[in-house]
Design a protein around this ligand. Structure first.
Ligand code: AMP
Ligand code: TRP
Length: 330
């Protein structure tokens, strides 16, 4: 193993990914491969904390794998695998469950939001962050690139690591969140004060990575703006601000330069140009995705060898935990 620091992240195969997932998470992953020892997971065990259609879950799992590859994650450089193929995650989760406070789990904002008003709330949804902690701790991960919404879960992971370390002896690395520099929060095109999300009932609110060019143009054309009629970057004009953020993230141009270039121009032109910048950025990803997604044998080869490498590492740490806790070694 190299002496590089370890980066770990996971994405749930629970739906089609949006431009928000792409700018906020996915497209940053391949860049990290050069400087870190990276491990990227498809967290299918997390996806089942809300009901899933088996056929759809299967398809989405392979979609995420193909997307990881399409954005440029190289399975020779990084470990790329499916969570359920490495049962050590669930084993460590059980150990950690025995030292996780029920109150702390009940206070998680994501749990409260997802449990919402549902009459029937299952234990898996409550324990979701314990599984996430197990994912991260099992590999001695130093950095976890995720969006702001995952902050509480990372804090809980650190709490659990500290608790285990102080109860038994130094075992786990305390991980840190790795924040995205640009585009940490892409907003909805219809309600620009809300995060862009694939669970938005209004499909015009989000752009999917796999949307075709015509759909992307149409969604930007319909993007909600305001009646001020001037292109500026401030919180009074959240729609325009979001368009500029997306434009900047996709074109690499600074907000300052964009403001200069669009001085005195209308919203229509801006929307058209943002759509083109987005198409330029994600069009090639979509093409590679379709090529890779059709190659079942290749996908299988990637996830099989990924799971072997992941399990080898996970096992080392898990054995230590069992031993320290007083289990008889096999
Ligand atoms: P999720 O779709 O919630 O499983 O999120 C997968 C990853 O994408 C996480 O790291 C999120 O923080 C990130 N993400 C999701 N939506 C957005 C958004 N609208 N803007 C930026 N990042 C996002
Ligand atoms: N909870 C994360 C999300 O919804 C997904 C996730 C599961 C994850 N395990 C992880 C992210 C480990 C980073 C590291 O986005």
């Amino acid at each position: 193993m190299s002496d590089k620091k370890i980066v770990y992240s996971g994405i749930q195969p629970s739906g089609n990914l949006t431009l928000g997932n792409y700018i906020g998470a996915l497209r940053n992953f391949p860049k990290l491969q050069e400087d870190y020892d990276c491990i990227y997971c498809i967290v299918d065990m997390h996806a089942i904390t809300v009901p899933q259609e088996p056929k759809v879950l299967r398809a989405h799992t392979l979609d995420i794998l193909a997307l990881y590859l399409a954005v440029g994650i190289d399975p020779e450089k990084s470990i790329l695998y499916i969570q359920s193929h490495v049962p050590q995650h669930v084993e460590l989760m059980w150990l950690l469950n025995t030292m996780t406070g029920l109150g702390q789990l009940q206070r998680m904002t994501q749990f409260k939001a997802k449990a919402g008003d549902n009459k029937e709330v299952y234990a898996g949804l409550l324990n979701y962050p314990v599984l996430m902690a197990a994912d991260i701790l099992l590999y001695g991960s130093h950095y976890v690139p995720v969006g702001d919404d995952q902050k509480q879960h990372i804090e809980m992971t650190r709490d659990l690591a500290e608790r285990f370390n102080s109860r038994y002896s130094d075992t786990f690395v305390l991980p840190e969140m790795l924040k995205t520099k640009v585009g940490g929060r892409v907003m909805s095109l219809q309600e620009p004060t809300k995060k862009m999300s694939k669970s938005d009932p209004d499909a015009n609110g989000y752009v999917l990575i796999l949307d075709d060019d015509a759909t992307i143009r149409r969604k930007f054309k319909r993007a909600v703006t305001d009646s001020q009629g001037k292109i500026a970057y401030n919180d009074d004009q959240p729609g325009i601000k979001n368009l500029l953020d997306i434009y900047s993230a996709c074109s690499g141009k600074s907000i300052e330069d964009l403001l200069k270039a669009y001085e005195g121009k209308g919203y229509g032109v801006l929307k058209e140009d943002v759509a083109e910048a987005v198409i330029q950025e994600i069009g090639p990803v979509r093409e590679r995705f379709h090529e890779i997604r059709g190659n079942k044998a290749y996908l299988e080869e990637v996830y099989t060898s990924g799971a072997q490498k992941a399990a080898y590492r996970a096992n080392k740490i898990l054995r230590k935990c069992y031993k320290k806790m007083g289990f008889i070694p096999r």
